[in-house]
Design a protein. Structure first.
Length: 125
């Protein structure tokens, strides 16, 4: 019986500004190890690696159970349509692996705490 190796495919929109894309790379570095030995950043558009290339890297690093995490605040077309299509396409391309798509960051209750913290940092609380 083969061992399941968990992977995370972090997905952001992507920017032409490389510095803007570094947040996702840093997040990936911070999350890698322990429960998720394979973590790869990827971008929907405007930056590399693409979602497909990020998934390919996860697979090449041995991941067989890959969780796709949208680093998006709103459930627009990208979250509702594009990422669902990517999930389906990756499942077809890599039938030996399991892909799952989490909810976007959106309305998570901890975002309220993050916003309050940012306001406090600005000296307004």
């Amino acid at each position: 019986m083969s061992q399941t190796i968990k992977g995370l495919l972090l997905i952001a929109h992507g920017s032409r500004n490389p510095e803007a894309n570094e947040d996702l790379v840093l997040l990936g570095r911070q999350m890698e190890g322990g429960e998720f030995p394979v973590v790869e950043p990827s971008y929907l558009e405007l930056a590399q690696p693409s979602i497909e290339d990020g998934a390919k890297k996860c697979i090449s690093r041995g991941a067989t159970d890959i969780t796709m995490v949208p680093y998006f605040l709103s459930a627009g077309v990208h979250v509702k349509t594009d990422l669902q299509e990517a999930l389906e396409n990756l499942g077809k391309e890599y039938p030996h692996a399991r892909f799952r798509l989490t909810a976007h960051l959106g309305r998570h209750p901890l975002l309220l705490e993050i916003i309050k913290q940012r306001i406090a940092e600005a000296g307004q609380l």
